[in-house]
Design a binder for this molecule. Structure first.
Ligand SMILES: Cc1cc2nc3c(=O)[nH]c(=O)nc-3n(C[C@H](O)[C@H](O)[C@H](O)COP(=O)(O)OP(=O)(O)OC[C@H]3O[C@@H](n4cnc5c(N)ncnc54)[C@H](O)[C@@H]3O)c2cc1C
Length: 404
């Protein structure tokens, strides 16, 4: 099979791009290893405080279904349960799991999204320990309770959002605590930095309760001093948020039976006292990073950019790369929410259409403005310095473009 545009990833970025490309008369194929289209949209269900009153509930599954329906009605070929294991030439897409071994295309769009960072804690291989993303998918997509009594390790915008989603689904969340300090968590998970981060997301967090937490923390710990952080009185949705305790061990014979919490100093060092809390499930949260393997395979230069969540493909503000015929969109370019990913998908499509000399319904400039607007109104902000990261990337792009 040959198509004009092959798109890897049926998340919001890939599907939105496919719709835009097909709407403008080109053929597109979307390939994804999951069993149904939608990517990370499928697990999302929360209140968006910035949306108009009648559109506050963000139901990712519904959004995914609508995008899939639009794409199929426009003739987009969608391959599910198919893993792309290599991209080469200009372009050959090698696939495993379906009837076709490969497809070819004139243009390749990588919209492979992001993945969760592991969070090793002693005992983390026991049954009953799951990642926060898995908890989100179980709860909102499959409507399966992850456990009877849950402890969450990692206090960040995503884990707070998922905690509220778990509570709304009737799951008992016994508390949230910090991860233990290690080379994996880095130095940015101390109590002090966690509170700073919560203040930073106070106006942007996914719902009012998380915003309340940010404001509450700000009020309670105005100077972010050690003494201000000493008390453990913070609760959101009746869930204790242990800003001065870390989960240092997950206990159990055959399954999770308890966690050991240890008090920590403001800079995250163990401060002596430990306690055991009985739970049957532990959700681990340590942030996300862009999934870039195929960009590397395609010969795209990679840039380390912590502000964007890790290593990302070098790309322009219009989603082009230095490899001709290769475009990127969504979380592969930096960790942001679904609405930004959708806007980036539309932008990538506009750039692709322009590169092929086709008239698009939306210009590249208009689509770039949509991305900025989506970013400004993002209900869930994963990284505090995302704008700085975008500016830095644009500067590198311009500098490299100036040198040919
Ligand atoms: C665990 C987790 C939870 C999140 N929760 C939220 C949330 O609550 N709210 C929010 O706004 N954002 C959330 N996000 C951010 C989320 O990534 C964005 O909202 C949005 O889904 C990004 O869109 P995307 O299209 O770039 O990638 P994704 O939605 O991640 O889609 C990428 C798709 O590419 C596919 N893929 C990747 N590699 C291959 C390959 N080699 N072969 C075939 N298929 C491949 C994947 O299967 C996936 O379906 C979450 C992200 C993660 C990882």
């Amino acid at each position: 099979m040959k198509v004009d545009v092959a798109i890897i990833g049926a998340g919001p970025a890939g599907l939105t791009a496919a719709v835009e490309i097909a709407r403008n008369g080109l053929s597109a194929a979307v390939i994804d290893e999951y069993y149904r289209p939608g990517g990370r949209l499928l697990g999302q269900y929360y209140e968006d405080p910035y949306a108009p009153a009648d559109q506050r509930t963000w139901d990712g599954k519904k959004e995914a279904d609508q995008l899939e329906e639009k794409a199929r009605s426009l003739g987009v070929h969608i391959f599910m349960n198919v893993t792309v294991w290599a991209v080469s030439g200009k372009w050959r897409v090698d696939m495993a799991g379906g009837d076709l071994p490969a497809i070819t295309s004139n243009v390749l769009l990588l919209a492979t999204g992001s993945v969760e960072k592991a969070l090793p804690v002693p005992g983390w291989t026991l049954p009953g320990v799951i990642s926060v993303g898995a908890a989100q998918t179980f709860t909102n997509l499959h409507h399966v309770a992850v456990g009877k009594k849950v402890m969450m390790a990692g206090i960040d915008p995503l884990s707070l959002s998922v905690m509220i989603e778990l509570k709304n689904a009737g799951v008992h969340v016994a508390g949230m605590a910090l991860p233990p300090m290690s080379s994996v968590t880095g130095k940015n998970k101390t109590p002090l930095q966690t509170v700073e981060r919560l203040q930073d997301v106070a106006g942007l967090a996914p719902n009012l309760l998380v915003r309340k937490l940010g404001k509450f923390a700000l009020k309670r710990f105005p100077k972010l001093t050690a003494s201000g952080l000493r008390f453990n009185l913070l609760k959101v949705n009746n869930v204790p948020i242990h800003l001065r305790k870390a989960i240092v061990k997950i206990e159990g014979e055959k399954n999770v039976e308890a966690v050991t919490l240890q008090s920590v100093s403001v800079d995250g060092k163990p401060a002596g006292k430990t306690e055991s809390v009985e739970v049957d499930t532990v959700c681990l949260s340590n942030g996300l990073y862009p999934l870039i393997d195929l960009a590397q395979t395609a010969g795209c230069r990679l840039v380390d950019m912590p502000e964007l969540g890790g290593t990302v493909p070098l790309h322009g503000p219009d989603m082009t790369t230095k490899v001709s015929g290769l475009f990127v969109a969504g979380n592969i370019t930096g960790i942001e929410g679904a609405k930004v990913a959708m806007a980036q998908g539309r932008l990538a499509a506009a750039s692709i259409l322009q590169s092929l000399g086709k008239q698009a319904a939306i210009t590249v400039d208009e689509a770039m403005t949509e991305v900025t607007n989506a970013r400004e109104k993002a209900p869930l902000r994963f990284l505090p310095d995302i704008e700085e990261g975008r500016i830095k990337m644009n500067k590198i792009w311009e500098a490299e473009s100036a040198h040919g």
